[in-house]
Every structure is written in C-alpha cells, then in structure tokens.
Design a protein around this ligand. Structure first.
Ligand code: ADP
Ligand code: MG
Length: 259
C-alpha cells in the first residue's frame, strides 16, 4: 500500500466510502498526506477524484470512513449509529483550514486581482485593509502578477486568472490546499505558467492534494501519486515508479492515453 506512514500525516483518510443515489463513487479509499508533501490523484473522468477532494473539504457527506486533519475528525462526530454530520458552523470552521482551487477560476468579476485576494483576507481572515492589501500584493508578486494587481478578471488571460485564484487560496494560509484540474480549462500555451506557480509552492513546502492529467508535472512535483479507477485507489506510490512501471492494465491504459 502507501509508501508513506499514516500516523504522522497532516491529512489521513481511512476507508472512505460514498455513493450517489445508491451508486458507489468512492469505495474504501485510504490515503495519507504528510505535512509539506504533494499527493497527486490521477485517473479517468468519473473515477471519483473530484468527489474525494470535495469530501476532504467537507462539501460532500459520505456513508462510511473517516477523514482527519491533524488528528481532528472532519465532517462528522460519533461512530456507528451515533455518527452524525457536524453543524454548519463547525463545518465552515473546518473548511477554513483547507483551501481549494477548481478548474474554473471563480474570481469575482467586479473585483480587481488585488481585491479578489483581499476579500477573503478581510472577511475570513479578519485582517484590516492595510494588512490585507500588503498580503495581497505579496501573493500577487509570488505568482508573478505584481503588475496586474489593478486588473479585473476580464483583463487577464485564463492563466493569469488561475494564478490569482491560486494566490487567493494560499493567502488565507490554509493547512492544506486541494487543486482540482486547475489547468484543464486553459489553452495549452497557458498551462505551463500555472504549473510553474504550483511547482514553486510545492518547493516552498505547502501541503497539497493535486488532481491533474499533466503527467510530466505529476512526475516532477508529487511525492506520491494515487491512481483511481471506479472509485478505488488501485495503485499508489512514488510517481517515478508508478508511472514507469504500472502494475495494472488500467493504469497502463491511462498513461498511454495521456502521454
Ligand atoms: P472525476 O472527478 O474523477 O471525473 P467525479 O468525482 O466528478 O469524478 O465523479 C465520480 C462519479 O460520481 C461519476 O460517476 C459522476 O457522474 C458521479 N457524480 C459526481 N457528482 C455527482 C452528483 N452531485 N450527483 C450524482 N452523481 C455524481
Ligand atoms: Mg473531476
């Protein structure tokens, strides 16, 4: 199984199972993400990758299994018949510890790049205007967009918008960031700049779960890669091993398609 010990993980998922309308979508998924590491999730469309990330971010409920962040159980309290979903306030507090970036950039169209980043810092982070502005400027510089601070989303390329969305997520200093196919909607020539930003953040020790079809990037950046097929993790290990010597025909076929 996993090459990484579960015990000291920042995020620990144990036997997570979920179905939609009786159809199993996640089947006993277990996974650990240690602090400062990047775990990549790969797999065909419909294999359950986004649902897994949404469960981690407490956006989805699930029937069985546990998810822990620094040992704290996410989403639920109790066991067996006393198992119950946490209330909205506790869910939203837990959600605040985890950042998420999606395929669509989801920037507020009426706010500049700087304001998009400041909004969360002020509302969620409780920062004052000056502090939030300084942090936003710092993050824009970090994703190579210092010159674009006063631009609105429509004045930015898709790649630039996605870099703002990434800066916005990281600016809130979450303990873990989930990235779900953040380059899938981009023109091919814009993919590299976004991947470069993620690579730099990984190099700076940010903990991430990254769903991506960019296998060269995955090989480069991930400490561990999990291949999902029909709701199960069927292979998991260091990227070089997994991608060079797939053990299952499913992963071999997947790699052949994305090469
Ligand atoms: P992936 O991200 O790997 O493409 P998803 O997690 O989005 O896969 O979807 C896994 C399966 O769950 C698919 O069969 C999808 O149709 C189904 N699914 C996802 N979200 C919902 C939903 N809200 N309601 C019903 N079925 C869903
Ligand atoms: Mg998906």
């Amino acid at each position: 199984m996993s090459s990484i010990e579960r015990t000291d993980a920042l995020l620990g998922i144990e036997r997570l199972s979920k179905s939609f309308a009786g159809q199993p979508v996640l089947r006993e998924v277990s996974l650990a993400v240690p602090e400062g590491r990047v775990t990549a999730i790969i797999g065909s469309s419909g294999s359950g990758k986004s649902t897994l990330l949404r469960c981690v971010n407490t956006l989805e409920d699930y029937e069985a299994g546990t998810i822990r962040l620094r040992g704290e159980r996410l989403g639920y309290a109790g066991e067996g018949r006393t198992r119950r979903r946490l209330g909205d306030r506790r869910l939203s507090a837990q959600r605040g510890r985890i950042g998420m970036v999606f395929q669509g950039y989801n920037l507020f169209p009426h706010l500049t790049a700087r304001q998009n980043i400041m909004l969360g810092l002020r509302r969620v982070g409780g920062q004052g205007r000056a502090e939030a502005a300084e942090a936003a400027a710092g993050w824009l510089a970090r994703v190579g967009l210092a010159e674009r601070a006063e631009h609105y989303p429509y004045q930015l390329s898709g790649g630039q918008q996605q870099r703002v969305a990434i800066a916005r997520a990281f600016a809130l200093r979450p303990e873990l960031v989930l990235l779900d196919e953040v380059t899938s909607a981009l023109d091919p020539e814009l993919v590299g700049e976004v991947l470069a930003v993620i690579r730099a953040l990984a190099g700076a020790g940010m903990t991430m779960m990254v769903v991506s079809h960019e296998l060269a990037f995955v090989r480069d950046v991930a400490d561990e890669v999990a291949f999902m097929h029909q709701g199960r993790i069927v292979e998991i290990g260091p990227p070089a091993e997994l991608l060079q010597r797939p053990a299952t025909p499913e992963l071999a076929a997947f790699i052949a398609r994305f090469r």
